[in-house]
Design a protein around this ligand. Structure first.
Ligand code: GUN
Length: 286
């Protein structure tokens, strides 16, 4: 299925593609509901981090749209690790909860690893549990981290081939860079990961057929850093000098040189949430 943007075929319209995916999920959830089955996601937010509040609200809105039931747990900033572990344990055992999401970052008194480890891998819709990561790395079925999964889906639905392409990923986080590399390998791409210790990074990015930028620096990549005709996927969610939302790539600067590019906002961001909904839908089969 091709979903090129009719207004500008260069732009990979994540907002529109994510809406299509959410509509497909809504149809499937509605069919399940007619068969008497419900799909439910528990969302846990600890504290009042404003960015996290926005993310959680958007996840709840997507649940409303798709017909997935969302259970919200807003816990105070001073929640102890033990209290959070107890809640996860309770949700692990509830048959009416299919997926569990703990919004990150967590307050400093809580050890993130211990929390993520406690989520039942069968309900790990974020794909952060070591079991999910292990399954992904050896090519077994399982939950995949939503942002890289969303990027693969964006490329597939835009009819952009990955097989044999030179893919350069900038950033090596557990949530984006590393799973992205594994997913690209699965698509038969030749993969390079760049990070803070990489020498001559701009030389490497300028040879990428597909560049995935997840460096977290506003407008870091300029036209000299991208190959003529490259596909640019911008994972950045940064603020420019005027406090305006922007990506890791200087969109206006590279625009004429690239064949495709994701905008910020409206590119990768909405896809992350669509893939979360997809993971929650699949959780009923796991
Ligand atoms: N914080 C930033 N991104 C994410 C995400 O994808 N999932 C969760 N749980 N927390 C996040």
């Amino acid at each position: 299925m091709s979903t090129v943007n009719e207004m500008d075929p260069k732009i990979i319209d994540g907002k529109r593609i994510s809406k299509e995916i959410k509509e497909e999920i809504r149809d499937k959830v509605s069919k399940l509901n007619r068969e008497g089955k419900e799909v439910a996601l528990a969302v846990i937010l600890v504290g009042e981090n404003p960015a996290s509040q926005v993310y959680v609200r958007n996840k709840q809105k997507a649940c409303e749209f798709t017909g997935i039931k969302s259970l919200s747990y807003n816990l105070p900033e001073d929640t102890s690790e033990e209290e959070l572990l107890d809640l996860i344990e309770e949700l692990n055992h509830r048959d009416d909860v299919n997926g569990i999401l703990v919004q990150l970052p967590l307050p400093k008194q809580i050890n993130e690893e211990r929390i993520l480890d406690r989520i039942d891998p069968k309900k790990d819709v974020d794909g952060f549990h070591p079991v999910s990561v292990g399954n992904l790395s050896i090519g077994r079925p399982g939950y995949v981290s939503c942002t890289p999964a969303g990027i693969i889906e964006l490329l597939k639905r835009s009819d952009i081939p990955m097989d044999g392409k030179n893919v350069v990923i900038v950033g090596r986080s557990n949530i984006v860079g590393k799973p992205m590399a594994i997913l690209m390998l699965r698509e038969n791409a030749t993969v390079t990961i760049c990070h803070s210790h990489t020498k001559n990074m701009r030389e490497i990015t300028s040879q990428a057929d597909i560049l995935v930028a997840a460096i977290g620096k506003p407008k870091f990549f300029k036209k000299e850093d991208v190959k003529e005709g490259a596909v640019v996927i911008d994972v950045g969610m940064d603020r420019d000098e005027n406090n305006k939302l922007c990506g890791d790539v200087d969109f206006d600067d590279v625009y004429d040189k690239v064949s495709h590019i994701t905008p910020v906002p409206g590119g990768v961001g909405p896809m992350t949430i669509a893939m979360l909904m997809s993971n929650v839908l699949h959780s009923i089969e796991i």
